[in-house]
Unconditional design. Structure first.
Ligand SMILES: Cc1ncc(COP(=O)(O)O)c(C=O)c1O
Length: 435
């Protein structure tokens, strides 16, 4: 499916009257947390954009596998062979979930940050990178170490984003390699970026594109081949699989040609002493080239389990359910004059279940603390590791660390495991606090 919400397929999710299914079971919904008045209340986790709770099914799958745990790619014992099979099967599951092309590689990493840093080390010599200033720092910062970076100003519409990229790419020297890095859904506003159009623009000008799907993969089906992106990166802990793994999936050629991300066992075919007293190394050219060291089989298996759980539940229906909750939330916030929802693309922009706002007369940190202390609601406040974007949208000009500026925002985020009651409690809380 395309992630451009102007397309009929996604528009159908947003506007259709699909039956709203129950949330997927996740851990933690029955955990009681203390309130300031001394009572307790079940925790409402509304910070999915930072780390989503584990799906019950992921937890159960990991627990069922745990007794069979063994080393991957480095043991002759039965459980080592079983674990190796499970690891490689997880790779295939993730490739299928992402709609990867036949010859794409799926590399297991630690996180989105790790995936994008890996790709940054794999850029061909003389590569130029184009990135919007609105990106999460994980997508904004890695490139400067290995490439010439052009940072594009924040566009105020999806159409302007494509036009700005077109203009920048048209002015480039096409004899050089180029990469565009773009988010699928903003971790600040939740707004969707026009990924297929940006990918087409990149390819028209001989550039490649990597999709930061950290906030997209948990909310909407992503199809690498249909979107025509060259790579996609995401984190397991935002996809209900918090076991320390992430993914970089996509074109094999640059990955194969690059020096291994880490030097060590597992990434090598043959290591031998050379005639000069050193060692020569013959590195693997498959997915394991960038996975030196003992692989995180539980992390990879957990991600594969989450992919299966979302697919089995009907991802489109989950996305539709999320849009219903989002619609109720935005309608309620829209009625509160002191609440300003942050938006880059303005009225009518489509977003996933991620939304940031400021409350007139309130410090966002105090507001978030009140949500926790009085209502048992966990949100995030700060600059969300996207400082230029939050400063632009709030008008803040101070603060260099997450959470330091005077005009920080509050972010509420949710997904497939969010009970309706959590969103209703949040709306009631904001109404009361902002009254
Ligand atoms: C859009 C986006 N990209 C990248 C990242 C980095 O993810 P991680 O911290 O899992 O590496 C995040 C994390 O919040 C994000 O929201």
């Amino acid at each position: 499916m395309s992630v451009n919400l102007d397309t009929p397929a996604v528009e159908a999710i947003v506007t259709s009257d699909v039956t709203v299914p129950a949330p997927l079971p996740v851990l933690g919904t029955d955990v009681a947390v203390p309130l300031a008045d001394g009572t307790e209340i079940p925790y409402a986790a509304l910070d999915y954009a930072a780390s989503a709770p584990a799906l019950r099914r992921v937890w159960d799958d990991v627990a069922a596998y745990a007794p069979y745990y063994g080393s991957v790619h480095r043991g002759a014992g039965h459980l080592s062979r079983l674990s190796t099979d499970l690891f490689e099967e997880s790779r295939r599951t993730v490739a299928g979930f992402l709609g990867c092309r036949e010859d794409d590689q799926v590399v297991f990493t630690r996180s989105t940050t790790d995936s994008l840093n890996l790709l940054a080390t794999a850029l061909p010599a003389g590569c130029e990178v184009f990135v919007f200033e609105t990106e999460h720092h994980a997508a904004l910062l890695p490139w400067g170490r290995t490439a010439d970076v052009t940072v594009l100003d924040a566009p105020r519409t999806p159409v302007a984003a494509v036009a700005a990229l077109e203009a920048a790419l048209a002015a480039r020297d096409e004899t050089r390699h180029a990469l565009v890095c773009v988010t699928g859904a903003s971790n600040v506003t939740g707004e969707l970026w026009p990924v297929p159009e940006l990918a087409a623009a990149a390819h028209r000008h001989g550039a490649r594109i990597v999709l930061d799907a950290a906030q997209l993969v948990p909310h909407l089906p992503v199809d690498v081949a249909a979107l025509d992106v060259d790579w996609v990166a995401f984190s397991g802990h935002k996809l209900y699989a918090p076991f320390g793994a992430g993914v970089l999936a996509g074109r094999a050629d640059w990955l194969r040609a690059a020096e291994p991300y880490l030097a060590g066992g597992g990434a090598t075919r043959r290591v031998a002493r050379d005639g000069d007293g050193g060692v020569t190394v013959d590195w693997n050219t498959d997915d394991s080239r960038h996975e030196a060291g003992s692989p995180n089989v539980i992390g990879a298996y957990a991600i594969a389990s989450a992919c299966r759980a979302l697919t089995d539940a009907g991802f489109e229906h989950l996305a539709g359910r999320e849009q219903v909750l989002l619609g109720r939330l935005t309608a309620a916030l829209g009625e509160l004059p002191r609440v300003r929802v942050l938006s880059l693309f303005g009225e009518g922009a489509h977003r996933v279940g991620v939304l940031s706002f400021v409350v007139d007369g309130y410090d966002s940190a105090d507001f978030a603390a009140a949500l926790s202390d009085r209502y048992g609601i966990g949100v995030r406040d700060g600059l969300f590791c996207a400082h230029p974007l939050v400063r632009l949208l709030t008008g803040a000009d101070g603060g260099d660390g997450c959470g330091e500026g005077p005009l920080n925002a509050v972010r509420v985020s949710f997904g497939a495991g969010t009970p309706q009651e959590h969103v209703e409690r949040f709306v009631r809380a904001v109404r009361e606090l902002a009254a």
